[in-house]
Design a protein around this ligand. Structure first.
Ligand SMILES: [Zn+2]
Length: 150
């Protein structure tokens, strides 16, 4: 059930607002992590699930009496939080994987701070998830976990 009935004008405004929020969130993240390409982030933020979340948060803000600007800010913050959580989860999964593996298996560390096993599949998996042709993953030399702590 929709929370409120939107007029066609409002639907159009909402569509514009969600697109803008996704673009602003992508730019904000790109400023913090320049190796994350804005286009990749926009692509992630304009998937259906993300747009629905932006729209729901934005409308929720408006319903609570926020100005459109404030509601957009809240929606952008919520979007980044969800994105960051998903990213942390992915990293935690990697860590868990690593914990199960023999300690002698070398890992490589990307410039973005993510470490994966030193094999093509793991590198490609990370590059596909977090990088693009324009901002490729850049790997340091292989290290054996436990020996290379700084
Ligand atoms: Zn990376």
């Amino acid at each position: 059930m929709p929370r409120q009935q939107l007029t066609p004008d409002e639907v159009e405004q909402l569509g514009e607002a969600t697109g803008k929020i996704a673009a602003l969130a992508a730019k904000a993240l790109n400023r913090t992590w320049p190796h994350l390409a804005v286009e990749d982030l926009v692509e992630q933020f304009t998937r259906d699930g993300a747009l629905e979340m932006i729209a729901a948060t934005y409308l929720g803000g408006i319903e609570r009496g926020r100005t459109p600007g404030e509601a957009a800010g809240e929606a952008g913050t919520a979007l980044i939080r969800v994105w960051a959580d998903a990213r942390l989860e992915a990293r935690a999964r990697l860590d868990a994987q690593r914990a199960e593996d023999p300690a002698t298996e070398p890992v490589v560390v990307c410039t973005c701070g993510t470490s994966v096993h030193d094999n093509d599949e793991a590198r490609r998996g990370h590059a596909d998830a977090w990088h693009s042709e324009k901002s490729p993953a850049v790997w340091g030399p292989p290290v054996i976990r436990g020996r290379a702590t700084t």
